[in-house]
Design a protein around this ligand. Structure first.
Ligand code: BES
Ligand code: ZN
Length: 615
């Protein structure tokens, strides 16, 4: 039914496009108004946040003080903040106790907290505690960590979950500086998206400062048995001690990545760049928390083959953290730019052929996503319309890959040198500001295209569905040897005779992705025998292989599949694998059994989406 509606929109869109594509302007669509915050930060400016909080593992709560320094320029009668399932103990404004009021909770946005103000009010102190279902928080038992001895906590605030652990104006367009005092159990280390220490202390009290203004979704905290190892003077890794050396080895090139990024688009403006490797339950690949990227351990492959993920999170230090999408409808300005930038960093580090493999795999993802969503689906526009919806619904390959390919198309027509000059200036001129889609398109037109839209059909990319006709594609020769090897295998050649010695995980991924599904069981067995795919340490390859194994009920892989699902919490892997299982009755049984057994290892958000899938 949903797709029928979308098909209707598609036909209208096509018709409009033929008439006059330039009628797609920002004003015809929801503009820069952020509909996912109920705060009134447009009237009251949120200058600084001082946090003084305690992390209590036994009750699984964070509690304490959020002290906001505000400037009530417009004489607003109230300060309105986003909260979700927070309990308020008391509130003072400039030292005087006040009576607050909560609005009725919205299922997506939470409960607006209304605090009476006076014209000159400057400080609002809120004593509060988090609820038992705070979406941003994942509390891990010692058994869910690598070291098994200490508990672990980390936050994930994007898109609209900062409000589940801090009362705040939770919109990407609202920036503030912050400092924090965080009390944790003695012996544990605490880190934030701020200036961090490198050694734990005995008191369990840590101080943080973030002097560049950031939006709430970039607030982050991690607490656990964590140690640090430097990569070079400005980069390093944090991880559980048992993971530290492996992570350090994997990320040896991170310092070089920061240099490469700076050479492309200007100075890194955040001081240090460190990476924190989280326990395996982390639901994401990575999160670009300023100064401290949070990363999944599933990229520690041993051979540095998956470090483009770090290039991605690093690139967000420009696209996203420096110039931030104004609303979640403009999410492609964060993610599409970042994927483009990520591939430019990888090209600088590894050469063009390597980067082209990433582009081709990305194109395949885009193509598969558009096919799955339906080519006319409104959600395949770059400019999203998330009114009344959870911004998580915008988290598809459209923002990432269609966004990146749009920039690649501009590169193709304007030339790389011009695009680079343009982007460099874009970051400089909008540093620490927000950007809407309409604003970007104006800037693009003024500074790069100069009214010449004959070469790039901007409207088709941004305000139209599917993959535009002029979408760039890497040479099909690129993976030629891999395609050849696959063909030979499918025609009966012995796997041992295939020349796979120099393959990286990208070649393997391409090799497997284009295999017929299901593959015959004896073919699975012969591949496995020759290449030990069931035992692969590469999570991307493993995920693909396990999907193929489930599709043809290749039993020898089942123990490895269960082990993978018991440890890995990354939604990108869990969702496709569980979905494949759900296709047959036996698979459904297996999915239910495994999910029930290990769901406590998954993040609340992963549990939510998998719960729906499986039940
Ligand atoms: N900022 C995103 C993660 C995110 C987006 C979290 C929206 C919540 C809502 C991060 O930079 C990201 O894109 N991570 C990817 C990895 C990347 C290499 C594509 C991921 O986690 O898979
Ligand atoms: Zn990203």
């Amino acid at each position: 039914m949903r797709y029928v509606i979308y098909a209707g929109i598609f036909l209208m869109t096509v018709a409009c496009n033929q008439r006059k594509s330039s009628q797609y302007t920002e004003t015809a669509h929801p503009g820069a108004k952020d509909l996912h915050t109920q705060s009134n930060a447009d009237s009251v400016s949120m200058e600084h946040l001082h946090l003084d909080i305690r992390v209590d593992f036994s009750s699984q709560t964070i509690s304490g003080l959020a002290a906001w320094t505000i400037s009530n320029n417009t004489g607003a009668a109230e300060l309105r903040l986003d909260t979700r399932e927070l309990s308020i103990d008391s509130i003072t404004v400039d030292g005087k106790k006040v009576t607050h009021r909560f609005d009725v909770a919205d299922s997506i946005l939470g409960s607006r907290l209304n605090i009476p103000l006076e014209a000159g009010s400057r400080t609002v102190n809120i004593w509060y505690r988090t609820g038992s279902r705070a979406t941003a928080l994942q509390w891990l038992e010692p058994s869910q960590t690598l070291g098994k001895k200490a508990p672990f906590l980390y936050t994930q605030s994007e898109s609209i979950y900062a409000r589940t652990w801090i009362p705040c104006a939770d919109g990407p367009g609202i920036r503030f500086t912050y400092d924090a005092r965080v009390t944790v159990p003695e012996g544990l280390m605490a880190l934030m998206s701020a200036v961090n220490v490198q050694q734990r202390n005995d008191s369990g009290i840590y101080h943080f400062n973030m002097e560049q203004p950031v939006p709430a979704y970039l607030m982050a905290l991690a607490v656990g048995d964590i140690a640090f190892k430097a990569i070079d003077p400005r980069t390093g890794v944090y991880a559980e001690p048992a993971m530290l050396d492996k992570a350090h080895h994997e990320f040896a090139e991170v310092g070089g990545m920061v240099n490469a990024a700076e050479a492309l688009y200007g100075p890194y403006r955040w001081g240090r760049y460190d990476v924190l490797v989280l326990p395996p339950g982390f639901p994401l690949g990575g999160m670009e928390n300023p100064r401290l990227t949070f990363a999944t351990p599933t990229i520690i492959a041993g051979d540095r083959s998956l470090v483009s993920l770090i290039a991605h999170e690093l690139a967000h230090s420009w696209s996203g953290n420096l110039v931030t999408n104004a609303t979640w409808d403009d999410f492609w300005l964060n993610e599409g730019f970042t994927v483009y930038f990520e591939r430019r960093i990888m090209e600088a580090m590894m050469g063009k052929d390597y980067a082209d493999m990433l582009w081709e795999l990305g194109y395949q993802d885009l193509d598969a996503t558009v096919t799955e969503m339906g080519a006319g689906n409104r959600d395949t526009w770059l400019k999203l319309d998330l009114r009344g919806r959870d911004p998580d619904e915008g988290l598809t390959d459209i923002a990432y890959e269609k966004g990146a390919h749009f920039l690649r198309r501009i590169e193709e027509t304007a030339g790389r040198a011009k695009l680079d000059t343009f982007l460099r200036r874009y970051f400089d001129e909008h540093a620490f500001q927000t950007m809407s889609t309409g604003q970007f398109l104006q800037y693009l037109d003024a500074k790069l295209l100069n009214g010449d839209t004959t070469k790039v059909d901007v409207n088709a990319w941004v305000y139209g569905p599917g993959i535009p006709e002029d979408c760039p594609r890497a040479s099909q020769q690129l993976f030629g040897k891999v395609d050849e090897a696959r063909e030979r295998f499918l025609k009966g050649a012995e796997p041992a005779t295939l020349e796979v010695d120099k393959w990286t995980s990208h070649e393997w991924l391409h090799f497997l992705r284009k295999m017929p599904v299901p593959l015959a069981i004896d073919q699975m067995a012969s591949l496995d025998k020759a290449f030990r795919l069931t035992q692969t340490g590469n999570s991307e390859v493993a995920d693909r292989w396990f999907i193929m194994a489930v599709a043809v009920k290749y039993q020898p892989a089942y123990p490895a599949i269960e082990k993978f699902l018991s440890q890995v919490g990354r939604r990108k892997f869990l969702t496709p694998l569980y979905s494949e299982m759900m296709k047959t009755p036996e698979g459904r049984e297996m999915a239910k059994r495994i999910y029930e057994k290990y769901k406590q290892n998954y993040h609340p958000l992963a549990q939510e989406s998998l719960g729906k899938l499986i039940n």
